[in-house]
Design a protein around this ligand. Structure first.
Ligand code: PHE
Ligand code: ZN
Length: 879
């Protein structure tokens, strides 16, 4: 990689071990909002053994050093070197005690890394490299040690003082001050350190582990949110039980703390026994949170809990191994949610998410393998690739080895590596050794970026009753990597007869046919499978359950897709066939639109949708997934040069035409599910609401839309139905929409989380006028550019989800957005970099838009003192 504007690049191949062990770290915090003083004492011992000397290298950033001593000797500036966020003490004795004292300034910290202020309380965020903003320390995940932490503060402002592990002791001090001492017996890397200090209220429950350990579960929130913690607590208890049952993993301490904050860069953080959560993933009440929010909470609570084993007990050697903990933990949380809710629906949503976020990432300027080879700012690598594609690769181990084999591998992984900082190779080896298989070739998934395409062709010979399937895989060169190799692809599939029956499969070398699906393994670039005794020309059902993260190219006829939609036994294939059919229909109309030919509706799509709407057997949640048309971004990915307006027009046309054609059915199903039953949290009620609201979103295109949405709004007893109704009113341009928004605003003005939804609804409205509205909303008292949730809701949603607004061909959206990136970079580089990535696909647009976006990228790049975070994103995009 060229250096470009991104500055220093760190390479995976340059990894070296840290020469010292640290036996113990004692921290003392004198807590204050403006200034906090941190005293640290650590015991260094040279790995090589006694006698020799070595320099001690520490990381630190924005620290005001008050004093430093080595083995009781105060050091002066001649005794150490400070450069580029590093402090080096040359020639330290092999056994050394280092003491430091620094000052930090939490209230001035707008990057939300290190110690910072949220509302009236202080908290920390250390992953990946935030600990260096707290004290001088080797801030890298392979340096693990035990911590004791003493927090001292004013008792009335900071009655709650939390850190990792168990509370050891507490006491009072003169002047209304107090202290609490914490001890974490498990050695941990610095990124898992946390503290919280403030006046927080508490919801408490408990869990008894299988072996009888009593664990006290505490969720800390601001007082007014005490009545919104029930679902999070229930999710936590479910997660603890599930991990025992499915993975044989138990919790290992007597306390588990969760703290909710409104100011957080990410979703949540798995600090040992002191998780810190974006309040979005804790707080929920039916009138404030949607079904999607409830499901998100369950997933994220599970995710952070599961990290206790996959991430904390066994952690990463270096940040290149991030997917070791994240891919695996996402896989675990996906499985948890699948076991709690409907597995098929969960799978489809995860697959849709992967294809719409990760595929474009892997095809763009930030393309990287799930285990990257280099980075400039590690924060830029908390990506859909490392997380979601990483989880898919873990899922492939599971597909290849089966549940038993996978669990054997997990067991060996923990036996070998508990308490260690390890690599993705160590995980692969545990899986391979436990199952006595060779997974070397499978390991290519860790080092290769890009989405493989699998071209499938087939031939049926009626005379010999043979059917031949030809698979050819190809991964196109990506921005980061030219050469690609063949990958191991688990290939789950079946063959359907015209009447939808599954045909028995018999490979040419097999004695008899076997009913049902097959799992074959593709390892070569090209492979052929021949089946005999196939009684008729079959419809192939390919990569069932999305058995590998590939793009499947097969020339399905609409007729074949109709058979799959109606009959396939695999929910993913059924859904995917519906998506393909809709995609074909919309892209066809896009073409008509660009050629000024009248658009028309594909009758096979009408027929298929009629079938879906008439299905009274299937889970309504699944049906609703099938009725959601592919989104504009996904459609854009299917074109060589994106036609923003054409895609929008064609999708709107198809949706409206379907709605009018099938209006009676949509109305019927809507009425059926809009049955006036009071709100319930169950999966079943959620499924009914999702079907109801998908029907409503079609009916919005018809003459009954406005009255139905208005009626739903006034009778709604939950946020899911309320939001769906208002969104529909907004999208149909109804005058009622403004009143609805104003009412919503006055009801929820003081509620930060609910107001996020109010901003989202307005930012997402298609059309070029929206940019002005978004600009005005930035002055709204509930908006703050310093708050990541607000930035994501208003600015992020506009740039990433509003295609016609952001891509307005006069460049107004681009210019507005670039201004925001520049403004944010001075405050919070991590969030600024996320926002900057909205320009990543610029090369795929028409000449006009391309030039406009390039201009904005160059304008950002030329800003003086640009953060490494934004510089890396923008630098890659411009390359
Ligand atoms: N490790 C967190 C998770 O996936 C994500 C995170 C990364 C949070 C960096 C904050 C900062 O659960
Ligand atoms: Zn995680």
């Amino acid at each position: 990689m060229k250096e470009g504007i991104a500055g220093k690049v760190i390479y995976r191949k340059d990894y070296t071990t840290y020469p010292w062990d640290i036996k113990q770290l004692d921290l003392h915090f004198d807590i204050g909002i403006e200034t906090t003083t941190v005293r640290a004492q650590m015991e260094f011992s040279l790995k090589q053994g006694p006698g020799t000397r070595q320099s001690i290298v520490l990381n630190g950033s924005d620290l005001q050093l008050l004093s430093i001593s080595l083995n009781g000797q105060e050091l002066t500036e001649e005794d150490y070197i400070v450069e580029a966020e590093k402090l080096t003490i040359p020639d330290a004795p092999s056994s050394s005690i280092l003491k430091t004292e620094v000052k930090i300034h939490p209230s001035q910290n707008s990057a939300l890394e290190g110690v910072y202020l949220s509302g009236e309380f202080l908290l920390t965020q250390c992953e990946a490299e935030g600990f260096r903003k707290i004290t001088w320390f080797p801030d890298r995940p392979d340096v693990m040690t035990t911590y004791t932490v003493t927090l001292e503060a004013d008792q009335s402002a900071f009655p709650v003082l939390l850190s990792n592990g168990n509370e050891l002791d507490r006491g009072e001090l003169a002047g209304g001050r107090h202290w609490v001492k914490w001890d974490d017996p498990f050695p941990k890397p610095s990124y898992l350190f946390a503290l919280v200090a403030g006046d927080l209220a508490l919801v408490e429950d408990h869990f008894t582990t299988r072996s009888g350990r009593e664990v006290s579960l505490r969720i800390y929130v601001e007082e007014e949110n005490l009545d919104r913690c029930e679902h999070a607590m229930e999710s936590l208890i479910n997660a603890m039980r599930w991990d025992e049952e499915r993975f044989d993993l138990e919790y290992d301490l007597n306390v588990y703390h969760i703290v909710a904050t409104n100011d957080f860069n990410m979703g949540a953080m798995e600090n040992k026994s002191l998780n810190i959560f974006n309040s979005k993933y804790v707080l929920a009440r039916p009138d404030t949170a949607t079904d999607v929010d409830f499901q998100g909470i369950e997933g994220v609570i599970g995710h952070e809990y599961f990290h206790n084993w996959t991430g904390n007990r066994v952690t990463c050697q270096d940040w290149f191994q991030l997917t070791l903990k994240e891919g695996l933990t996402v896989f675990r949380d996906e499985e948890f949610s699948a076991d709690m809710q409907s597995r098929a629906v969960k799978r489809i949503r995860d697959i849709r998410d992967l294809r719409s976020r990760q595929y474009p990432e892997d095809d763009g300027p930030m393309s990287h393998p799930i285990r990257p080879d280099h980075y400039s700012a590690i924060n830029n690598f908390y990506t859909a690739t490392v997380y979601q594609k990483g989880a898919t690769i873990i899922r492939m181990y599971h597909t290849l080895l089966g549940e038993d084999g996978f669990q054997k591998g997990m067991k060996l992984y923990f036996e070998r590596h508990d308490g260690q900082a390890v690599t993705c190779d160590d995980f692969l080896k545990a899986m391979a050794d436990a199952n006595d298989v060779n997974l070397d070739r499978f390991g290519r998934w860790y080092s290769q970026s890009g989405t493989p395409q699998v071209k499938v062709t087939d031939h049926y010979d009626a005379a010999t009753l043979t059917y031949t399937l030809n698979l050819c895989q190809h991964t196109a060169p990506t921005h980061d990597q030219q050469e690609k190799q063949a990958l191991v692809l688990p290939f789950a599939f079946g063959l359907l007869a015209d009447d939808g029956q599954e045909l028995p499969l018999q490979l040419e070398n097999e004695a008899a046919g076997k009913p049902g699906a097959r799992l074959l393994i593709m390892e070569e670039e090209q492979q052929q499978f021949t089946f005999i005794n196939i009684s008729e020309k079959p419809v192939p059902s390919l990569f069932r359950d999305f058995s590998a993260p590939v793009k499947v190219i097969y020339d399905y006829s609409q007729q074949q897709l109709a058979i799959l939609i109606a009959h396939d036994t695999d929910a993913f294939v059924r859904w995917d066939a519906a998506q393909r059919m809709a995609e074909t229909a919309i892209l066809e109309q896009r073409k008509n639109h660009s050629e000024n030919t009248p658009m028309s509706l594909d009758p096979s799509l009408v027929k298929a949708f009629r079938g879906v709407l008439s299905d009274r057997q299937a889970d309504p949640a699944l049906l609703s997934e099938a009725l959601i048309l592919p989104d504009e971004d996904y459609l854009a990915e299917q074109m060589d040069v994106v036609d923003v307006d054409g895609i929008h027009a064609a999708r709107c046309f198809v949706k409206k035409a379907l709605a009018n054609e099938l209006m009676e059915l949509f109305k019927q199903r809507y009425a059926e599910y809009n049955d006036g039953q009071p709100y319930q949290k169950s999966a079943q009620s959620m499924a009914r609401r999702s079907m109801k609201n998908v029907c409503l979103s079609y009916l919005q295109e018809t003459e009954v839309g406005e009255s139905l949405a208005s009626a739903q709004l006034s009778s709604s007893d939950n946020m899911t139905d309320t939001l769906a109704a208002i969104r529909n009113l907004i999208f149909m341009g109804s005058p009622v929409a403004e009143t609805a928004l104003a009412d919503f605003e006055s009801s929820w003005m003081d509620d930060v989380l609910v107001m996020d939804k109010w901003f989202i609804m307005q930012a997402i409205k298609p059309g070029r006028e929206t940019v002005d509205r978004v600009r005005k909303l930035m002055d709204h008292p509930a908006f703050s550019i310093q708050n990541p949730n607000k930035v994501r809701a208003l600015i992020g949603v506009f740039a990433m989800l509003n295609t016609t607004g952001f891509h307005a061909d006069d460049g107004s959206g681009y210019e507005f957005h670039a201004d925001r990136v520049i403004e944010l970079d001075g405050l919070n580089p991590q969030i600024a970099a996320r926002m900057a990535s909205a320009f990543n696909r610029w090369k795929r647009y028409d000449e006009n838009r391309k030039a406009l976006m390039q201009n904005q990228l160059q304008r950002i790049a030329s800003v003086e003192g640009l953060s490494a975070d934004v510089a890396e994103i923008v630098g890659n995009a411009l390359q």
